[in-house]
Design a protein around this ligand. Structure first.
Ligand code: GRF
Length: 218
């Protein structure tokens, strides 16, 4: 069987991409990264792959957001990915782009969705007095951070946690959760049907959770 092809959209430092590459190199994820796509030409994430796999463009250099996303979508398509992963891609995706890759575009978000969509999730979890916090991987739909959640990893909020300490602990969990979900995806077991995530053809009514051995459990 040919290796699954993964495209990554990212705007920043790229530690989640690093985790995916690490899982591939360790033989835990039978896949290859076929392109990294960024709206920030100087983003550190781009340095993690050879130049031939990098694509970046400043949205401001295009006439419209639609024109930028058309170019981005064409570049993604040219890489022929099976799965597209948003890992710290800091722009809201337009409907046309999302529809173009519907059912095979995933996002990692640093909260236990549906709690705390958007930015500054760690401060929001603290402000809300949440006992638990964590991260989620979900299918991307046009509404921000709103697609069906596939899997989550959770941790207990400590009384002395700050947004920074929580961010660091959640990030470490992201690095375990994202490769685990991609493993499920590239094995052909994950799909989205009528807005619901399905594993082995069965709709999931609650997200999978990551156990201490990095396995996804119902
Ligand atoms: C992660 O916290 C991710 O959940 C969020 O943006 C951050 C990206 O970090 N969407 P990195 O660039 O992968 O290090």
């Amino acid at each position: 069987m040919s290796q699954a092809r993964i495209a990554v959209l990212a705007s920043g430092r790229g530690s989640n991409l690093r985790a995916l590459i690490g899982a591939i190199e360790a033989g835990r994820l039978p896949a290859q990264v076929v392109g990294v796509f960024s709206d920030k030409p100087d983003a550190a994430v781009l340095q993690q792959v050879p130049p031939a796999l990098r694509w970046s463009a400043k949205p401001a250099n295009f006439d419209s957001r639609e024109a930028y996303e058309q170019a981005l979508g064409d570049a993604i398509e040219a890489a022929r990915p099976d799965w597209i992963v948003c890992a710290g891609y800091m722009r809201i995706l337009g409907d046309a782009l999302v529809q173009r890759f519907a059912g095979r575009m995933l996002n990692i978000h640093p909260s236990l969705l549906p709690r705390h969509r958007g930015l500054r999730t760690h401060a929001a979890a603290l402000a809300a007095g949440d006992a638990e916090h964590g991260c989620s991987v979900h299918f991307v739909i046009p509404e921000l951070d709103a697609g069906t959640v596939i899997a989550q990893a959770r941790l207990a909020v400590a009384p002395d946690d700050t947004p920074e300490s929580l961010a660091a602990r959640v990030l470490a969990m992201e690095h375990r959760l994202l490769p685990a979900v991609l493993q499920l995806a590239v094995s052909g077991r994950l799909a989205e049907r009528d807005g619901t995530a399905c594993v082995d053809g069965q709709p999931m009514f609650t997200p999978l959770t990551l156990d201490s051995h990095d396995r996804l459990m119902p």
